[in-house]
Design a protein around this ligand. Sequence first.
Ligand SMILES: [Zn+2]
Length: 382
Amino acid sequence: MAASQDEQDVISCMLKLPIEVNPSEDEGEDVDESNNRQQSEEPREGVNGPQGPQPLDEAEATSEFSHELSDEQTYYDVFISVGIRQALPVMNPYICIWCTGNKEDDTINGLCDSCKSRMRKDEEEQELFDKAIDVFNFTIASRRVRFYDKIEHILDEHGESRFLIYKGDHNKARVQVPGLDFVILNEAGVQTEYTLSEAQQELLMQCLLTSRQCHCQMIFLPDLLNQEFHGSPMEDLDLPPGHGDVASEASRLVDSIREVFFTPKHETCGSHYIYKFEMSRSKRQYAVSFSDKQLGWPQIVRPWEEYYHERIEDVTGTRNDVNDLGDKREVTERCVETDLERVREEDPFSDEYFKHLEMQMYLDDSQWITDDWKKWKENGKL
Ligand SMILES: [Zn+2]
């Protein structure tokens, strides 16, 4: 059965594009046939080699991490996978990043006219928003520069685009970001290829580059957030003693930043970290997240109550759930320091060891952040 006009409209609307519709000739086409169709097409550059997405074999979908890489290996087995359905809600460049209403232009992470004019009258919120967008753009830029994972574009068992992200060994692997100029969706047995605009490709990439980043950001970002929102100097900026404190008392934008660990209202994600900001002047509270896009959630800053009711199933976790900024990093440092060697000796192929190894990698990576941030503030790019 062909996709109904309604279904096509829903997708076209989310992607906001007149799309190159390329349904298969046979109704109810299965994945194998789709693969044949693709192989007969012109070779595609940049997406998973010349053949385009390959169908996903069930066995591959459930593959486990390999914990020790041999000398020849550069990447761990599938690290995480993101289905196109999860990414769709963040791929529409014509929605406002604050109210998610429609906007006229396709500026990435931009505001609609009414949010723009409202915010112009609210200096505090405007400053928070601008700084948060700046930090978000920085995390994406930094991830591109420091990226050592590999993304693969395949077709899943439903014949739809899915992205597999393999974690790289940061001593060996280098950037492997594919071109993402099209995606494939399957509506009621009809596969359709959607050509993506540049803005859509960037938004899809932001979704993929924020995958599994929430806890990493808790490790990378504390000093940066302290500096940017509290006015406290980063450790090695070498300001005269007391300088930061004096400046911050008068001008600090945000009173407190907490790390919140919770169970999100989400089909595939079991736990997530975000920040909770309390403003200095108004005492208003906001949810701030630099990694929500991975979940198909477009916004970066939201009033706390709104976020809480819509996104949070349960504020839960092993460690009391709401903690001071920097807490996750401290815990991770302690954990790696005391346990890494022990779990390795116990079983170098255990999940436990892989988790510790991963934490070690994040801690190593976070050493770049201070320098990257300085470069970003000076040049607006990395
Ligand atoms: Zn808006």
